[in-house]
Design a protein around this ligand. Structure first.
Ligand SMILES: Cc1ncc(COP(=O)(O)O)c(C=O)c1O
Length: 371
C-alpha cells in the first residue's frame, strides 16, 4: 500500500527529520562548525579552545536547568547505555529499585541486575502505561526514566529522598531540556545529547548532586574491581577541569553547545511551553481521526517530547513510512522496532517545528484518506 502516494509540494516539510534519536541537528550548526576551520576540530582537548567549549556547555546547562548550589555537570564518553553499567558499578551500594515502562528503562534494570554484588528490583507496568518512581525501603538508589523513548511514557512526579541516604537517579535521555524536573530532588540526571539537545551520540552528560558526588568518591575506594574507563572519580575530576577522561568528540560538544545557547535564549519555561503546544496539537489530531489513537491512554503520562500514535491495522505504517522516506519527505517516524505496533513515533523535540508537524499530519491524513 502507498507505493503510488505523492506529497503535494506545499506540504513538504522544511526538514524531513522527525526521528527521536538521533534527532535533527540544525544545518546552521554544521555550517557554524565548518566556520571554526582550524580552531577546534583536530586540536588538543587539554588546551584552552576545547576546554573553554566544555566549560561553556557545563555553564550553559547549569544556567538552563537552574541547578542548585553544589551540583556538577560531568561529561564523558559512552552515552547513556554506558552509564547504565557505570552507575551500577560505581554509584549503587547494594540495591537499586527500577521503575520500568519500556525498553530503555528495562535495559538499565538488566545492567544492574547482572552486577554480582547488586540486588536490582524491577517495578514494571504494561507497555503504554506509566508509573512514577517512589521511595522504596531496602534500596539505596531509586531509578526511573524521565521519558521512556520506546513507548513515549513520561514521569510526572518525583519522590523526595532528601532526608534519606538514597539517591534518585533519572535517565533523562529523551526528555532532558523539555520535561521539567525539580533538581532539588534529583541526585543523578543523565542523558545522551542526540535528542532534545540536537547533537550526536557517544557522549554522556551526568548532572550530579553533592550527595551523588559524595557517594561516587566513597565507592571509588571499595575493593570491587571497576574498569578505569567507568570510574566516576576520574570522570568527575576531569569534568571539574573542563575536560573528559579520554578524548571527546569535539563536533558533538560543539553542536550541544549551540543548542544549549539557543535554548538558553528562550529559557526552560518557554521551551517547555512550546513542547506542550506541539504535544497538544499531535494528540488532538490523533483523537480527531477514527483511524488513529493515542497509544498512551493516561494523559498525565503522555510524553511532551515523543508521541506514539496507533494506526488502524488496515493501514500498514511500515508501507507508508517507507514511501515517505523514499520520497525524501519524512524520515524515521516508525514505531520502536521491538514494540511491534502499527504505530507512528514522532519527535516533538525542540527543533521540530509546529509548522512541520502540521505538514506531517496533513500528509498522513492525505495518504490514509486516499486509500
Ligand atoms: C531513554 C533512553 N535511555 C538510553 C538510551 C541510550 O542512549 P545511547 O544510545 O546514547 O547510549 C536511549 C536512546 O535512545 C534512550 O532513549
Amino acid at each position: 500500500m502507498f507505493e503510488n502516494f505523492n506529497v503535494p509540494q506545499e506540504l513538504i516539510p522544511t526538514d524531513p527529520r522527525f526521528g527521536v534519536g538521533p534527532s535533527l541537528v540544525p544545518v546552521e550548526f554544521m555550517q557554524r562548525l565548518a566556520e571554526t576551520k582550524t580552531e577546534l576540530l583536530g586540536t588538543s582537548h587539554r588546551k584552552p579552545a576545547i576546554k573553554n567549549l566544555v566549560k561553556e556547555v557545563q555553564e550553559g546547562l547549569k544556567k538552563y536547568f537552574n541547578l542548585p548550589e553544589g551540583y556538577e555537570v560531568v561529561i564523558g564518553n559512552g552515552g547513556a547505555t554506558f552509564l547504565f553499567d557505570m552507575i551500577g558499578l560505581g554509584l549503587v551500594n547494594k540495591s537499586s529499585a527500577h521503575f520500568t515502562t519500556g525498553e530503555f528503562s528495562t535495559k538499565w534494570y538488566k545492567s544492574h541486575n547482572k552486577i554480582p554484588w547488586i540486588n536490582a528490583e524491577n517495578i514494571s507496568v504494561e507497555y503504554g502505561h506509566g508509573i512514577n518512581p517512589k521511595d522504596m525501603d531496602g534500596h539505596d538508589m531509586i531509578c526511573c526514566t524521565l521519558n521512556e523513548t520506546s513507548t513515549a511514557v513520561m514521569v510526572n512526579e518525583l519522590p523526595d529522598l532528601r532526608n534519606t541516604d538514597k539517591l534518585l537517579a533519572i535517565d533523562a535521555t529523551s526528555g532532558a531540556g523539555q520535561i521539567p524536573v525539580d533538581f532539588n530532588k534529583v541526585d543523578l540526571y543523565f542523558f545522551s545529547p542526540q535528542k532534545v539537545f540536537a547533537s550526536e551520540g557517544g557522549t554522556f552528560i551526568a548532572i550530579m548532586s553533592p550527595k551523588a558526588l559524595d557517594r561516587a568518591k566513597a565507592n571509588y575506594d571499595r575493593d570491587s574491581y571497576i574498569p578505569e574507563i567507568m570510574s566516576w572519580k576520574l570522570a568527575i575530576d576531569n569534568s571539574l577541569k573542563n575536560q573528559t577522561y579520554n578524548t571527546p568528540s569535539v563536533s558533538t560538544l560543539f553542536f550541544l553547545n549551540e543548542q544549549v545557547k539557543l535554548m538558553n535564549e528562550l529559557g526552560e519555561c518557554k521551551v517547555v511551553d512550546m513542547a506542550k503546544e506541539k504535544a497538544n496539537y499531535i494528540y488532538d489530531w490523533a483523537n480527531s481521526k477514527d483511524y488513529l489513537a493515542c497509544y498512551v491512554e493516561d494523559e498525565a503520562f503522555r510524553s511532551i517530547a515523543v508521541a506514539t500514535i496507533n494506526v488502524d491495522d488496515k493501514y500498514p505504517v511500515p508501507d507508508l513510512t517507507k514511501r515517505l522516506r523514499d520520497l525524501g519527505v519524512i524520515y524515521d517516524i516508525d514505531s520502536y522496532r521491538k514494540l511491534g505496533k502499527n504505530q507512528f513515533r514522532i519527535s516533538l523535540f525542540h527543533n521540530v517545528t509546529l509548522e512541520n508537524l502540521k505538514k506531517l499530519t496533513r500528509i498522513i491524513d492525505l495518504a490514509i484518506e486516499s486509500v
